[in-house]
Design a protein around this ligand. Sequence first.
Ligand SMILES: *Cc1c(COP(=O)(O)O)cnc(C)c1O
Length: 420
Amino acid sequence: MIFAPPLAGGVCCFKDRFAGKVCLGMTQAVLPTYNRTAFSIESGKGAWVTASDGRTLLDFGAGIAVNSLGHCHPHLVETLKSQAEKLWHTSNLYRIPDGERFAERLCAATFADTVFFTNSGAEALECSIKMARKYHAASGHPEKFRLITFEGAFHGRTLATIAAGGQQKYIDGFGPAVEGFDQVPFADHEAIEKAIGPETAGILIEPVQGEGGIRPVPAKCLKGLRELCDRHGILLVFDEVQCGMGRTGKLFAHQHSAITPDIMASAKGIGGGYPLGACLATAEAARGMVAGSHGSTYGGNPMAMAIGNAVLDVILEDGFLDHVSQMSLLLTQKLAGLADEFPDIVGGARGKGLMIGVQCKVVNTDMQAACVASDLLVVAAGDNVIRLLPPLNITAEEVSEAVSRIEAACRKLRSSSASN
Ligand SMILES: *Cc1c(COP(=O)(O)O)cnc(C)c1O
């Protein structure tokens, strides 16, 4: 079926595409919930991608913090190929040895005693939210089901996670928001304490806000939240979907602080490009989750588990996380130089590890477009920021090249504003 009229700027061009020409517009067969670039990405190797318009671009978006080891990492390709010839999917009706091994390795490297595997970040959050509620129900307090969340948060696009994120533009038009989320201003300790009531089950927070504009929560605030939770007998739930799996230079971002959560959602980088998420928890926090209380058809299937283990093999290698910290230092130093040179275009950089936000003095989506025009992929975020989220195994040369390309983008923006 053909939808008419065509989308703004979009002409359907199946013929052109099949003739190998550059596509002028988007097919309407894909639900238009994204503003996409005119080009597609046809192949990738490490931090580099080749686009359908023939360009080679440096990828500092990494599929939004997903391609943690870059594109087509040999160990992941090898693992996927050999698993593809052995077994793809079975069902959670049967034991899955690679999943047991992966869960044990994640537990050994974190606060957790137990893991539930999912296919996405939002599902990892759904499991976390359900688990926090069920913990209190199993403790004789089913009335405790509310979670305190933060302005600028992003937890996914399911009905519960849009309610948790609290962004009106994601909630509007989808019926009554799922009950049970009380949002407070970012980093307002007093407001958090005030929001705790007899129905509060826990506090849900990203240790480094991603979509909200790369806003790290200071270690002392995380400690304050831990103390608050302990004092009130409620659970601390971290969303490390974006900031976890080595992104900040520790396996998980909260490991920069001295405290641990009760429940944590992981996804994005955990699968290195394969759809995979996880909900990690202490045995205590998970005690309400028994056979039958939660499930997923695909979650933790043999293919995903083989790849998850392979990603972990690389991230846990000696020196890998130190490399992330070294590249972070190099990148932030170079960005500081750029802020000095173009004070009218870029401000300070913030973030942790290779999760860096650059405050823009121009509209961030213009900055993003100028970077893409300079053959560098970056991702816009809230608070007028562009995010730099390169593969974690990025080299020093690639960091320098990326900053040169941002510099080129800044020059273009300066000359275009001068000519206006
Ligand atoms: C991306 C993201 C999610 C949602 O993950 P999906 O895989 O898109 O469902 C949740 N929380 C945070 C912090 C994220 O960055």
